[in-house]
Ligand binder design. Structure first.
Ligand code: MIC
Ligand code: SF4
Length: 643
C-alpha cells in the first residue's frame, strides 16, 4: 500500500508511535516559527526549561502582530524577543519584514520538512509541500530544544481538484467551498491533501491561500504536492536548492475523498460570524458596505496585490467605503512599489498599512457601529474586528476590490474579462531585515532585555484529590479562542502580562466572568462541540488557569487548544452522553470524588451535580504521556521533573 504526501513526511520524521489514524505519534521537527503575540511566552518557556541553544535546523522569531505600539508594552516585548532570539540561536524577522506565514513561505519553507509555529495558520507552508502545524508556544519551545512534537496521527482527506478557475474566481473561493462542504470542525483529526489535474493550474501563492485557511476547518494541516510550479516559485526566490519533488504514491489510500471542479466555482463569502457560513456573493450583491480590508496571511501575496491594483487602477474607492491594504511582506511591498502598482492603489484612495497582521487581529481599522466590513482574511469571529456589532464577511481580493469601488457587495464575475497578471521569474530578494543569531561565544555576552510588561507565567498544579467546586461558566458550540481570550488593540499589548489579560477573559460571552471566577475561587467550564477552535494562543489556557479553572468539560475540543489545556495542567474531559449537557447549569455545585486518581488512570470520571440524583459520566481520552503532564501540573513541571 502506498503513502499519501503527509504520510511520507510523517514516516520520515517519526520518533515514536504507530502510523494508524487516531494514535499518538511523536515527530521530529525541522523548523519552528513564532510571532510576537505568542512569542514572548514561548521564549520565556524556553528560558524556563534552561535551553541554551535551539537544536532545530532553523527557528525564526517574527514580529508581525503587535505593531501598533500605543504604549511601551509592545516595544518592550519586541526587544525581549530580539535579544532572547539572538542569544539562543533564533533568527529574528524585524517588524516591517512582514507576516510570519508569508515571509516563511517566501524565504524559509522547504518541501518535505516539518514546521511547527506558535500560530494556527502555520499550515500555510503546505502550499510548497511542507508539513506546517500550529502549536502552543510551549510545544514550540520544546521543539526548539530538540524535543519531539506530539500529535494524533491524522486521517487524510483527499480533495481532488479538476478543471481551472474561471476569471475573477480565486483560491479564496476554493477554500470557502471546502469550508462550505466540511464546516469548521470537518477537518478535526485530519490533514487535507489537494491532488488532481486542477492542482497544476494553481500557483504557489494560490495554494498557500488554501492551506492557510485549512486552519478554519480545524485540520491538523493542509498540503499540496511539490511539483514544477513549486520549483518555479523556489527559483524565483533564489532557493531552488531547497526544492524536492513530493507527490502521493499512485496507490495511496485516503480516508475520505471529495472532488471539486474548479471551473464550476463562483465567488463566495463567509457570512457573520463563522468562516463556514458560506453563501454566493451573487446572493449578497447590492448590500451596502462600509469598509474593505485587503491583506492578512491568507491573501497578501504579490499576485493578490497586483490583481487588486489592476482592478483599482484609474478608479476611486466609493466615498462611503474605507479601504485598507496591507501587503504580506517587505518583498511584496517592495515589488509593488517597483512596478508602479503601489501608486495605482494610492491613487484610488486605498489606505496603505504596514506589512503586518493589522486589522485581521483587530489592531486598528475596526468598522463603524453595526458596520459591514468585507475582508480578505480568514476569521470573522464575533467581535474580532474590535466592533462587537459589526458584520464581517470573508471574501476574495477580487470580490473585495470590486465591492470597494461600487460601495455595495459586488460579484466580480459581472465585470467582464479579468485583468491578466503575470508574476516575474525573479522576486526581489533582500533579507536585510532578518537578523542572524549570535555565535555560541558571542551569545554569552548578550543580556536579554525584559520590560516591566513581562510578568511571570502562572504555574499549574497537580489535580486535587477530589474536585469540589462550582461550574463557573456554561457556553455553547464552536467557542473560539477569541471568545476565551479576546485580542485587538486594547488587549494584545498585554500578551506577556497574564494578570492584566485576565480582566478580559470570556468577556465577549459574559462581561462579569473574570470577577465571578475569582470570587468563586475558580472552578470548571462547560462547553459544547469544538471548544477552543481558532488560534493557537496558549493564553486561552494560561489565563483561565490564572483565574482558577481546574478542568473544562465539553462535547468535543479543538486540537491545539486541548493540547494547550493539558500543557498548563487544566484537565479536559468530554461528556460521555451529549444530552447531559442540558442537565448541568451554570452556577451548579459540582464534584468528582477521586479526581486525581481518575486523571492518573481512569478512562471515565463521574460528576456529581448538586440537585441531580444520577452522576454524569465524563470521558478522559488521555494518553499516558498526557496524564503524566497533568499529574505534574503541566508541561513545565513535567520537563523539569524529567531532567
Ligand atoms: C489569529 O489569527 O487568531 C492569531 C492572532 O494569529 C493567533 C495567534 C495569537 O493569538 O497570537 C493564531 O492564529 O494562532
Ligand atoms: Fe496574523 Fe491574521 Fe494571519 Fe493570525 S490570521 S497570523 S492575525 S494575519
Amino acid at each position: 500500500m502506498g503513502y499519501t504526501i503527509v504520510q511520507k513526511i510523517i514516516k520520515s520524521h517519526l520518533v515514536s508511535g504507530e502510523m494508524t489514524a487516531g494514535s499518538e505519534i511523536a515527530l521530529r521537527i525541522d523548523q519552528t516559527l513564532t510571532q510576537d503575540a505568542t512569542g514572548t511566552m514561548a521564549y520565556l518557556q524556553l528560558e524556563a526549561m534552561e535551553i541554551e541553544r535551539v537544536r532545530t535546523e532553523l527557528s525564526v522569531a517574527y514580529i508581525d502582530h503587535n505593531t501598533l505600539q500605543s504604549g511601551f508594552e509592545n516595544a518592550d516585548d519586541h526587544r525581549y524577543i530580539q535579544t532572547v532570539a539572538k542569544k539562543h540561536g533564533v533568527r529574528f524577522s524585524r517588524p516591517g519584514n512582514g507576516i510570519c506565514h508569508q515571509v516563511h513561505l517566501e524565504r524559509f519553507g522547504v518541501p518535505g520538512k516539518t514546521l511547527i509555529g506558535s500560530d494556527s495558520h502555520t499550515p500555510t507552508a503546505g502550499g510548497i509541500g511542507m508539513l506546517g502545524m500550529g502549536a502552543g508556544g510551549l510545544d514550540v519551545a520544546v521543539a526548539m530544544g530538540g524535543g519531539a512534537y506530539y500529535i494524533t496521527m491524522p486521517r487524510v482527506i483527499k480533495i481532488n481538484l479538476t478543471g481551472r478557475l474561471p476569471d475573477y474566481v480565486s483560491a479564496k473561493d476554493v477554500i470557502l467551498e471546502v469550508l462550505r462542504l466540511l464546516g469548521v470542525k470537518g477537518g478535526v483529526g485530519a490533514v487535507i491533501e489537494y491532488v488532481g489535474e486542477g492542482v497544476k493550474t494553481l500557483t504557489v501563492p494560490q495554494r498557500a491561500t488554501i492551506t492557510n485557511m485549512g486552519a478554519e476547518l480545524g485540520a491538523t494541516s493542509s498540503i499540496f504536492p511539490s511539483d514544477e510550479l513549486t520549483l518555479a516559485f523556489m527559483k524565483a526566490q533564489g532557493r531552488e536548492s531547497d526544492f524536492t519533488e513530493l507527490y502521493p504514491d499512485a496507490d495511496a489510500v485516503y480516508d475520505s475523498e471529495y472532488t471539486i471542479d474548479l471551473s464550476s466555482l463562483m465567488p463566495l463569502a463567509a457570512c457573520p460570524h463563522s468562516p463556514d457560513n458560506v453563501r454566493s456573493v451573487e446572493s449578497l450583491s447590492g448590500m451596502k458596505i462600509d469598509q474593505v480590508c485587503i491583506g492578512s496571511c491568507t491573501n497578501s501575496s504579490l499576485s493578490d496585490m497586483l490583481t487588486v491594483a489592476a482592478m483599482l487602477k484609474g478608479k476611486t474607492v466609493h466615498p462611503d467605503v474605507s479601504l485598507s491594504i496591507s501587503p504580506g511582506s517587505k518583498q511584496v511591498y517592495t515589488m509593488l512599489a517597483e512596478c508602479g502598482a503601489l501608486a495605482d492603489l494610492i491613487a484610488a484612495g486605498a489606505r496603505i498599512l504596514e506589512c503586518a497582521c493589522g486589522p485581521c487581529i483587530g489592531m486598528g481599522f475596526s468598522p463603524k457601529s453595526a458596520g459591514v466590513s468585507l475582508r480578505t482574511f480568514n476569521r470573522n469571529f464575533l467581535a474580532r474586528s474590535g466592533t462587537a456589532d459589526a458584520s464581517v464577511y470573508l471574501v476574495s481580493p477580487e470580490t473585495a476590490a470590486a465591492s470597494a469601488i461600487a460601495g455595495v457587495f459586488t460579484d466580480p464575475t459581472t465585470l467582464g474579462a479579468a485583468p491578466s497578471i503575470s508574476l516575474p521569474d525573479k522576486f526581489t530578494v533582500n533579507d536585510n531585515l532578518i537578523e542572524l543569531p549570535a555565535s555560541v561565544d558571542e551569545a554569552k555576552n548578550i543580556t536579554v532585555e525584559r520590560g516591566p510588561n513581562i510578568k511571570p507565567i502562572p504555574k499549574g498544579k497537580a489535580p486535587d484529590r477530589d474536585l469540589d467546586c462550582e461550574l463557573i461558566l456554561k457556553v455553547g458550540d464552536n467557542i473560539t479562542t477569541d471568545h476565551i481570550m479576546p485580542a485587538g488593540a486594547k488587549i494584545l499589548p498585554y500578551r506577556s502580562n497574564v494578570p492584566k489579560l485576565s480582566e478580559f477573559c470570556f468577556t465577549v460571552c459574559d462581561k462579569d466572568f473574570p470577577r465571578r471566577a475569582l470570587a468563586a475561587g475558580g472552578g470548571v467550564i462547560l462547553g459544547g462541540h469544538n471548544y477552543g477552535q481558532g488560534s493557537s494562543r496558549e493564553h486561552a489556557a494560561l489565563v483561565p488557569l490564572y483565574l482558577g479553572v481546574k478542568a473544562v468539560i465539553a462535547k468535543s475540543f479543538a486540537r491545539i487548544h486541548v493540547a494547550n489545556l493539558i500543557n498548563f495542567g487544566i484537565v479536559p474531559m468530554t461528556l460521555a452522553y451529549e444530552k447531559d449537557y442540558d442537565r448541568i447549569s451554570e452556577g451548579a455545585k459540582i464534584s468528582i470524588s477521586g479526581f486525581y486518581n481518575a486523571v492518573k488512570s481512569e478512562s471515565v470520571a463521574y460528576l456529581t451535580v448538586d440537585g441531580l440524583n444520577e452522576k454524569i459520566p465524563l470521558n478522559l481520552n488521555l494518553t499516558s504521556r498526557q496524564r503524566d503532564i497533568l499529574l505534574a501540573g503541566g508541561m513545565l513541571n513535567y520537563t523539569k521533573n524529567a531532567k
